[in-house]
Design a protein around this ligand. Structure first.
Ligand code: HPA
Length: 249
């Protein structure tokens, strides 16, 4: 099995999940333009694990400028069977705390102007997207959590509200998102999740909670708060994926 990890903020180089990394391609070019980076690949007992840095390596691409179509296309060309994507998020629901991990089950898309589909000319397709994330991969991530010693909590459900960024939200925007049913807010799950569905690649996400969303914490959101949570959560992501991979590759 070939499993790809799309590494979001803080997870550009999860070197601990593989042992012998090498570039998986000569170039990042695709018919849709250049992917964020050339994916790295490492062998596993029964396949390979790929790592694609969503924001590039070193990270330099803002969420609204990422070429999501090229990223997913390149993974498809490499023969990837499944994707686990990580995203840094802000917590809207009060039961979520900094450095927690969350396996989202639903999405609401608030982004605009992103190249969000492969359906342009020729056959017009409307992919089924009622359940945006793959149930099998979600279950695998949740059961892997029982087999490793995580520093913080893994939550089994969240509604991910995907915003355009790169600015953070106003408190009123977060209030509206909460009324909509969102429990976490981030900038990168869409259109990535839908593009994977269009190409038929099973895909699930893993959120790293790095701050309380706007108006939900003690004061303004600070870089310092985010950095501390990101470092702790990234260590947990690596632990979780080390447990998950042997079960699934
Ligand atoms: N809002 C949007 N995206 C984010 C946040 C946030 O508070 N934290 C991390 N990514």
């Amino acid at each position: 099995m070939k499993l790809a990890v799309i590494g979001g903020t803080g997870c550009q180089r999860l070197t601990g999940i593989g042992t012998r990394w090498r570039p998986a391609a000569d170039s990042a070019d695709t018919p849709y333009g250049a992917a964020s980076a050339i994916p790295q690949v490492s062998p596993t007992d029964s396949g390979e694990v790929f790592l694609l840095a969503r924001h590039g390596y070193p990270p330099a691409k803002a969420p609204h400028l990422i070429n999501y179509r090229a990223n997913i296309w390149l993974l498809k060309e490499l023969g990837v069977d499944a994707v686990v994507a990580t995203y840094a998020v802000g917590a809207i629901a009060p039961h979520l705390h900094n450095a927690d991990l969350v396996v989202p089950h639903q999405i609401i898309d608030y982004t605009w102007g992103r190249r969000h589909t492969y359906v342009e000319t020729g056959e017009i397709r409307h992919v089924e997207f009622s359940e945006p994330f793959d149930g099998g991969i979600r279950a695998g991530l949740i059961s892997a959590a029982d087999q490793c010693d995580l520093g913080s909590t893994l939550h089994e459900r969240a509604v991910y509200g995907c915003v355009q960024g790169p600015r953070l939200e106003t408190a009123a925007e977060i209030d509206r998102m909460e009324r909509d049913g969102c429990t976490v807010v981030g900038m990168t799950a869409m259109p990535e999740t839908a593009l994977a569905r269009e190409l038929g690649i099973p895909y699930a996400g893993l959120c790293l909670v790095v701050n309380a969303a706007a108006g939900r914490g003690e004061g303004p959101i600070t870089e310092a708060e985010i950095e501390v949570a990101l470092e702790q959560a990234t260590a947990d992501v690596e632990r979780l994926l080390v447990a998950f991979l042997p079960l699934n590759t």
